[in-house]
Design a protein around this ligand. Structure first.
Ligand code: AMP
Ligand code: MG
Length: 365
């Protein structure tokens, strides 16, 4: 299929583009569009056939429900059979913004969207292009991230085209996404709300307005727990090379590990902070992906940097972990998944990998 590419310029010409994109969506086609988190792959959220096209374009498993995007708080009322007080508080405080609420669904939400669950995920994004598109469509837009399932989410239009060219009707280019990680998902149907996926609205921000908030225990990668957000059980964000995430003190050993891996003839990829970069010796062939020094910068660039490793093709990736306060929780959640839970820690008895994988030779003394 032909994929139209339309660049939004923040001027009058955008009106025509938004109208054409909304027409595609109303006709049951799929259009990729920017949000403040990552790019979304949108279709009419009340049309099962259109929604099926999203799953086909992404190769997404059918048991993984979609988020419905709206452009006014009131629009949630016909999608839900009732909101809890906590849901109302969160809508008032954080919408529009990178927060998705799980609520009891109403009868008009197709099973294809909710994957047969009695609940539905709803978000009101703050990105103005997204809002204009949703308003022009006049329906909620079902939209997952605009990547092939399993790949890092796209945070710019070029990365969307890499995965979706020829598979969707159009791609709207609204520049780079500000936050860079998918929305926080909170289940508001439980007496104590539960974070099912951490994101730009942080645990600290949520507890400040709600008091108690839980974090789904499955997010720590413990196999004894099954994630409540079906999508969180899949390997995700994964670069093609094996990745090791160096948590806590083990990160101090990153420079020496990189040297040893290179000495074994491996092409080494390193994902680290500016502070770590200055500690790295010159290593021939090393693929260095650095973020500045704030967690927000890492959040904004993480998926782009992971995709870049798929272009530079290292044999192994060593990534520096960060602390989990603020957006650090969301960053570490995505990095742990990208690493397939190969989480390296330094214990009294030396290095070990939390999921029981054997240490690679360049980590053994
Ligand atoms: P994505 O659309 O790729 O950003 O993923 C949306 C995330 O929200 C996935 O992890 C889904 O499994 C999760 N999700 C969507 N709807 C529900 C729901 N009704 N209950 C729990 N999790 C949901
Ligand atoms: Mg996704």
């Amino acid at each position: 299929m032909q994929t139209y590419y339309w660049k939004l310029q923040n001027n009058a010409a955008d009106d025509e583009i938004i109208i054409k994109a909304a027409e595609f969506i109303r006709q049951g086609e799929v259009v990729a569009f920017p949000t403040e988190t990552v790019y979304g792959l949108g279709a009419d959220g009340l049309n099962s056939e259109a929604v099926a096209k999203i799953f086909a374009a992404k190769g997404r498993p059918n048991d993984n429900p979609l988020i419905l995007h709206i452009a006014a708080k009131e629009s949630i009322s016909r999608l839900t059979s009732g909101l809890t007080e906590n849901a109302k508080v969160l809508m008032d405080r954080f919408w529009p913004g990178p927060l998705t609420l799980i609520v009891e669904k109403s009868a008009i939400v197709p099973d294809a969207v909710s994957a047969g669950l009695p609940t539905v995920a709803v978000r009101f994004p703050s990105n103005v292009f997204a809002q204009r598109l949703i308003k022009a469509c006049g329906c909620p837009i079902a939209a997952p991230s605009a990547n092939i399932s399993g790949r890092p989410s796209p945070t710019n239009a070029a990365d969307v085209l890499e995965d979706m060219q020829g598979k969707v009707a159009a791609v709207l280019d609204g520049g780079s996404c500000g936050i860079g990680l998918e929305s926080t998902v909170v289940d508001t149907t439980e007496p104590v709300p539960v974070i099912l996926r951490p994101g730009g609205i942080t645990y600290e921000m949520l507890t400040e307005v709600l008091g108690a908030v839980e974090i789904d225990p499955a997010l720590q990668g413990d196999k004894n727990f099954r994630p409540k957000a079906p999508g969180m059980k899949y390997r995700h964000y994964a670069p093609k090379a094996p990745m090791y995430l160096l948590e806590g003190k083990s990160a101090e050993l990153l420079p020496s590990m990189a040297v040893k891996a290179a000495a074994e003839g491996l092409k080494v990829g390193v994902l680290c902070s500016g502070a770590m970069k200055v500690l790295l010796p010159a290593i021939p062939g090393m693929q260095l992906a650095c973020w500045g020094d704030s967690k927000e910068e890492l959040a904004a660039e993480l998926f782009y940097l992971l995709r870049d490793f798929d272009r530079s093709r290292p044999d192994v990736i060593l990534a520096e972990g960060i602390d989990e306060s603020g957006i650090g929780l969301a960053v570490m959640n995505r990095m742990r998944k990208a690493a397939g839970y190969q989480l390296v820690t330094l214990t009294d008895t030396g290095l070990r990998i939390k999921n029981g994988t054997q240490l690679p030779s360049f980590m053994v003394k």
